[in-house]
Write a new protein. Structure first.
Length: 461
């Protein structure tokens, strides 16, 4: 009965039960978690989302909202029971409005991130959220996980870019918070409840975001350094000379680049000899050769052993392609234990030094593949285990690696998730490392907004 009702709500083009059509939606990007569903619905409007939620609530059936399904923690995949309805937002892909004078844009949650960027560019504005999956990920999912990306150092995370949210609640009511106000202290800031909640408190259907002046001319540079700890010192020095001209500041280990060079076609290292670590940065150029003047002293002083500056967009794109291809290259090697952590920027050096030492001592057979956004304290500290490890031995070793990493994160007052969310894969870890009072408040919010737990159950809480 419910299935037939859902079909009527979304119309003939808004649902599928075909196994081949469902297949890519039943597992996440890493193919670690697999689920099942009796039907995937694709509503085209907020009213249709509301009607779907009302029908599922009346039947006591859970709903899993899904955007581009590019997440790293299986937060948008149904469980294996085959009972949860999968609600895919890809048909809700309209840019509702762009207001250049107001520096704002309003869009459906199913809009692909790259399309928001283009819509802003068409009115000589910038939407600065940028990440590797921007050609596939959807803005609603970006909000649901509070995505970060490469420009956080200058513009902040997704949370900092949101002006308003429209969301369907667990009882089907629509919260209409799509205001584009910069200042509003009339009560609680309710939009923040939905940002980062991974669809557990409401299904985001519309977003209002900030735009910025059009991108200034910028240049990309890559610096070779002898050890990762120098990256933090390097950032401090370059901030002194370039100030807020720095848009991105990425640390990449040679182990990560080796994977890219081996598995991603048409990639090459722009140096004659390899270094243990690299920094990839983007900075607005301003007048003259400001970037060259900033980089020359750090090379002459030995803080960096070498540096290259992209001469044109093609060279810049080639450098960034290596950075954005790391996750894809990692998939080729299998047994990686991935950690998306953050620590205070001032403790990044401590984390890198202590983490590497503990890993070498306690799990010497592991290989470190580290990269991340040093400028905002976020590091993807991934560990590759030998392919010879199988079964229970592999499970135990993966758990030991994560505990080593997360214990150190907790010791440095950091977070076990910086930009990927919690989903299924980090839920148990969250309950170990999150403050009990914070967890209690989160459960209170979940109970208040979704008393029957029909919105993405089993995720986060």
């Amino acid at each position: 009965m419910l299935i037939e009702t859902l079909k009527e709500i979304v119309g003939p083009n808004g649902w599928t039960v075909d196994a081949a059509d469902l297949e890519p939606h039943l597992t996440e990007w890493r193919n670690v978690v697999r689920g099942a569903t009796p039907i995937m619905v694709k509503p085209a409007t907020t009213d249709e989302v509301s009607a779907v939620v009302r029908a599922c609530a009346a039947a006591g059936v859970a709903i899993v909202p899904q955007g581009g399904n590019t997440g790293m923690c299986a937060g948008a995949v149904p469980d294996p029971s085959g009972e949860q309805v999968l609600l895919n937002l890809s048909r809700m892909n309209r840019i509702r409005s762009v207001d250049a004078a107001d520096f704002s844009l309003v869009a459906d949650a199913g809009c692909v991130l790259a399309n928001l960027q283009r819509a802003a560019e068409e009115v000589d504005r910038l939407f600065p959220l940028s990440l590797g999956g921007e050609g596939t990920c959807q803005i609603g999912g970006n909000l649901a996980t509070d995505a970060g990306g490469i420009n956080v150092i200058r513009y902040g995370t997704t949370r900092d870019l949101v002006l308003g949210v429209e969301a369907v609640l667990a009882d089907g009511r629509v919260y209409d918070g799509l205001r584009t106000l910069r200042k509003d202290t009339a009560g609680y800031d309710l939009k923040q409840l939905f940002i980062g909640s991974e669809g557990t408190l409401g299904i985001i259907t519309g977003v209002a975001v900030k735009l910025f002046p059009a991108q200034e001319a910028s240049r990309t540079a890559m610096l070779a350094i002898d050890d990762a700890e120098k990256a933090v010192e390097l950032l401090g020095v370059l901030r002194g000379s370039l100030d807020d001209a720095i848009q991105s500041f990425e640390l990449i280990g040679m182990t990560a680049l080796d994977l890219v060079l081996e598995h991603i076609p048409d990639t090459r290292l722009p140096f004659e000899s390899a270094a243990p670590w690299y920094v990839l940065l983007e900075a607005t150029t301003g007048e003259g050769d400001r970037l060259e003047r900033a980089l020359l002293p750090v090379v002459n002083s030995g803080l960096a052993r070498d540096a290259v500056i992209a001469k044109n967009d093609r060279e810049s794109d080639a450098l960034w392609r290596m950075r954005h291809s790391i996750s894809e290259a990692e998939k080729k090697i299998g047994q990686g234990v991935k950690h998306d952590i953050s620590v205070p920027i001032g403790r990044m050096r401590d984390f890198l030094t202590m983490g590497d030492a503990r890993l070498a001592e306690q799990i010497p057979e592991a290989t470190l593949v580290a990269f991340g956004h040093v400028g905002d304290g976020n590091l993807h500290y991934n560990v590759v285990l030998p392919k010879s490890l199988l079964g229970d031995d592999l499970v135990a070793r993966r758990k030991a690696v994560s505990r080593l990493v997360y214990d150190l994160v907790a010791e440095l007052n950091g977070s076990i998730s910086a930009e990927h969310g919690i989903g299924v894969l980090k839920r148990d870890w969250l309950h170990e490392y999150k403050d009990p009072v914070e967890l209690d408040l989160m459960r209170t919010l979940k109970t208040a907004l979704d008393p029957h737990s029909i919105l993405n159950p089993g995720k986060v809480i």
